[in-house]
Design a protein around this ligand. Structure first.
Ligand code: GDP
Length: 295
């Protein structure tokens, strides 16, 4: 005979819960990371105006009464040129397997291109089209854009949103919750992200470097925590060439200093952040390096 629950035990917390996985896919720079952060109500993924800055899939968890959604932010699909590029595409494809709903994010300012359609073809049917960046656009422009998307094969619904202002994102979230099956709580209540602290700090450093430097650098930078002895954290910045090392350090160490200040502001008080720059020639083109950095 099954054991009776002890008297006074709380009811099953998962009873009646809707839960599942949602992936955000789309070309680089359409605003997937910004949308993930907006939906989660906090920063779980770095944002940059340079394409392809999200490398490993990041999960963000959204809780609503009776629902838990796990969002997976994927690196954008693109034509692979390097070992890193190949891994990014593989990571994007992996993220599509085993999800309950896929959202195809499209940039309302860029005009739908063959790139969006190429991604759409990989989604099968039932995906949600999220037309992002509608802030500042007139209704007419948004409607025209939606009309152009109407023939996307397999699209189930369309949501114009602005990840930046939050417009339309509640309606999107409500719809996604409706689409979730009955399921368990995948993460303990209150979890916002599955990104560990080391990865998060390394990514914050990379985010600031991308924001501050203005060259071909983005694809040549990797960051990783090499020591974590709270409050002391050491982050190593890998670049591919000596010339890039100079750019990252900046005149009189100016760039590194600026990066350090901006990152520390996002960390708990008292944190002692140390940044070091190292040249690792062509790390991107060497599969073993890419693997080791966890991308
Ligand atoms: P991802 O590569 O798809 O993850 O794109 P990001 O989230 O990194 O965003 C790329 C750029 O688009 C950044 O400069 C964002 O600030 C900008 N962006 C994202 N969402 C919006 C939006 O709703 N409106 C506007 N105007 N810009 C946005």
């Amino acid at each position: 005979m099954p054991a009776e629950p002890p008297a006074g035990a709380p009811p099953d917390a998962d009873a009646g819960l809707r839960s599942g996985f949602v992936t955000l896919v789309g070309r680089p720079n359409v605003g997937k990371s910004t949308l993930l952060n907006r939906l989660c109500g906090t920063k779980v993924s770095i944002v940059s105006d340079k394409p392809q800055t999200t490398r490993a899939p990041v999960r963000g968890i959204v809780e609503r009464p009776g629902a838990q959604l796990v969002f997976v932010d994927t690196p954008g699909f693109h034509k692979p040129m390097t070992a890193l590029g190949e891994r990014l595409n593989a990571a994007a494809s992996d993220a599509l397997a085993d999800v309950d709903v896929a959202c195809l994010v499209i940039d309302a300012r860029a005009g739908t291109g063959t790139g969006d359609r190429w991604v759409a073809q990989r989604l099968g049917s039932g995906y949600v089209v999220v037309l992002n960046k509608v802030d500042g656009l007139t209704h007419g422009v948004v409607l025209r854009h939606l009309a152009e998307l109407a023939d996307l094969p397999g699209a189930e619904s369309f949501f114009p949103v602005s990840a930046r202002t939050g417009a339309g994102t509640d309606a999107l979230l409500d719809h996604l919750i409706e689409r979730m099956p009955a399921g368990p709580r995948y993460f303990p209540t209150g979890t916002v992200s599955d990104v560990d602290d080391e990865t998060r700090v390394a990514e914050l450093v990379r985010e600031q470097l991308l924001a501050i430097t203005r060259d071909e650098l983005p694809y040549s930078i990797a960051t990783r925590v090499t020591e974590w002895d709270w409050p002391r954290i050491r982050v190593e910045i890998l670049v591919e060439r000596d010339s890039q090392k100079g750019i990252v350090i900046g005149k009189g160490g100016g760039v590194l200093k600026q990066v350090g200040i901006a990152v520390r502001r996002q960390l708990p008080d008292g944190c002692h952040l140390e940044l070091a720059v190292r040249v690792d020639r062509n790390w991107q083109h060497r599969a073993d390096r890419v693997e080791r950095l966890g991308y």
